[in-house]
Design a protein around this ligand. Structure first.
Ligand SMILES: Cc1cc2nc3c(=O)[nH]c(=O)nc-3n(C[C@H](O)[C@H](O)[C@H](O)COP(=O)(O)OP(=O)(O)OC[C@H]3O[C@@H](n4cnc5c(N)ncnc54)[C@H](O)[C@@H]3O)c2cc1C
Length: 325
């Protein structure tokens, strides 16, 4: 046994279990990364980041890939127009996508697996060599005896205050994927770990600021995003300008023979501040950090337009992306 004045829960995340018959036939992303042979067909249950990233790898390697998503849209938290671009491109490279379907059970059929799902009232099935659990990951805290430390949890999540401490026992700190309210991202885990460290040393003075934290889905092309989706921006009730560009015929996109080069940038009309940015292709996984910086430090759309960028670069297109409301 170890005793300490402060305890940090940094136990990461674990795969969300799907309560359906035959769920034990599914492999996780951990097992998938240890595969020694290329399967001829794979079904991903769930249309999130892990399914799309691995799905693109498999599809480009020649595997038949299917994705089954329960909600009407892949990547439900992302901007729907950006997702539509990635959806179409994923189908173009041969991935079969079914949204709005509910997976009911998984059966072993010889050496293969059959996934039975319903589309409305109609039962259908797909067969493949592998079925991957891609329904998401949850905070990995339920195996800890949290009650012994007076650490309150609700629905398997530790209840925390703004300083990333247990709301019921402030000597217990939480960071990384074990935090229930922030995205499960590696740089965020490091950021939250630093905040926890500083709060332990200095007392509870540091709270995380999640504004301007960018994320990417590393498909080819990638989908990158920061800030609000258009839907969320409209729900704020403020007047917004939405700049959407299909850049496939721009010089930079042509140079790289991009099949998708798409951006959406959302600007608050009154303040000219960037509210959100979304890219598919066009080095969006790099450009998105410029918009993260703008959101975090209040750089306006005019300032981004007025900047002089190295040319030829994808960044040089930023001023044109913001050109027309
Ligand atoms: C397939 C996959 C791809 C990803 N790709 C990206 C990406 O491209 N970019 C990105 O930003 N993020 C990515 N992530 C997310 C990223 O890996 C996590 O956000 C990050 O690792 C979280 O760090 P952490 O320290 O909170 O948890 P972890 O890195 O998971 O570390 C937690 C550690 O705690 C240990 N542990 C658990 N329970 C106990 C216990 N009871 N006692 C002792 N030790 C315990 C675990 O074994 C583990 O070593 C990906 C995740 C997955 C699964």
């Amino acid at each position: 046994m170890l005793q300490a004045k402060h305890i940090v829960v940094a136990t990461g995340s674990k795969v969300r279990l799907l309560p359906i018959p035959g769920a034990e036939h599914m492999i996780t992303s951990d097992e998938l990364l240890s595969e020694r042979e290329l399967p001829s067909s794979v079904i991903f249950v769930g249309g999130g980041v892990i399914s799309l990233e691995f799905g693109h790898v498999y599809a480009r390697a020649g595997t038949a890939v299917s994705v089954l998503e329960a909600l009407p849209q892949l990547l439900p938290a992302m901007d729907s127009d950006a997702v539509a671009q990635l959806h179409a491109e994923s189908e173009r490279i041969g991935i079969q996508i079914r949204t709005d379907v509910k997976v009911r059970r998984i059966e072993q059929v010889g050496h293969r697996l059959r996934v039975v799902f319903t589309d409305g009232d109609i039962e259908q099935a797909l067969e493949a060599d592998r079925v991957v659990n891609g329904v998401g990951r949850i905070a990995n805290v339920d195996a800890l005896d949290l009650a012994a430390g007076r650490v309150e949890q609700v629905n398997g999540c530790i209840v925390i205050d703004r300083y990333l401490r247990s709301a019921s026992n402030p000597q217990v700190h939480v960071c990384g994927d074990a935090v229930p309210v922030s995205p499960q991202l590696s740089p965020l885990a490091t950021y939250e770990g630093e905040i926890v460290g500083r709060n332990i040393v200095n007392g509870p003075r540091h709270a995380p600021d999640y504004a301007g934290i960018a994320t990417s889905v590393y498909t080819v092309p990638s989908l990158a995003a920061v800030g609000l989706t258009e839907n969320a921006a409209r729900q704020t009730g403020s007047a917004i300008d939405v700049h959407v560009n299909d850049m496939r015929d721009w010089f930079s996109a042509q140079s790289y023979a991009e099949t998708v080069a798409w951006s959406k940038i959302i600007v608050d009309r009154a303040s000219d501040l960037i509210l959100g940015a979304h890219f598919v292709g066009h080095a969006g996984q790099e450009l998105i950090n410029v918009f993260g910086l703008a959101i975090k430090f209040g750089i306006t759309a005019k300032q981004l337009r007025d900047n002089v960028y190295a040319y030829p670069t994808f960044s040089a297109d930023i001023k044109h992306m913001l050109g027309h409301a």
